[in-house]
Ligand binder design. Structure first.
Ligand code: ADP
Ligand code: MG
Length: 152
């Protein structure tokens, strides 16, 4: 059974993002799975701020991706909700983003099916009372290591 983390509010969601960044050692690919309003952008904001970003973190809904070059490394935050055709990712030059030295966070990864690399970790977010429940599914040794650290 996968561990379930109960995340009572927005602040705890941001903290979970910060934990993810350090568990992943600032690199790799994380898919964020969950419906509209589940807190994917909130978790991303927590991760990006803990990497050293001071300003706002907006949802890259129209631009598809926002890149942050930070003291703790480079973070690419994708939101593929409005992606009509995975081929659009080719025009973005998608491969250059998924460098091993960067961290990629992807909201709505299923929209890019077939053109995104496999994630190290998939984070599933569901409603739980007033808050949220999170489960992490790892797909690589790196993702498994991160999941173990988070579970510690
Ligand atoms: P998404 O990107 O998945 O559409 P957002 O991050 O924009 O979702 O968050 C939607 C709303 O959910 C925001 O108002 C945010 O404050 C709230 N929220 C985020 N995480 C939690 C949580 N763990 N518990 C309760 N509310 C949360
Ligand atoms: Mg969002």
């Amino acid at each position: 059974m996968l561990p379930v983390y109960f995340i009572p509010d927005e602040g705890a969601m941001e903290e979970f993002g910060a934990r993810l960044l350090s568990a992943m050692e600032h690199t790799g690919v994380i898919f964020l799975q969950g419906n509209l309003g589940m807190g994917k952008t909130t978790l991303s904001r927590g991760l990006i701020r803990s990497a050293g970003h001071k300003g706002a973190v907006k949802s890259p809904t129209y631009t598809l991706v926002e890149t942050y070059e930070l003291p703790a490394g480079i973070v690419h935050h994708f939101d593929l909700y409005r992606l009509m055709d995975p081929e659009e990712l080719e025009y973005l030059g998608i491969r250059d983003y998924f460098s091993e030295q960067h961290l990629c966070l992807v909201e709505w990864p299923d929209r890019g099916d077939g053109l995104l690399p496999a994630p190290d970790l998939e984070v599933y977010i569901e409603p739980h009372g007033e808050g949220r429940a999170i489960q992490c599914v790892s797909h690589t040794a790196k993702g498994q290591k991160a999941a173990d650290i988070i579970n510690d």
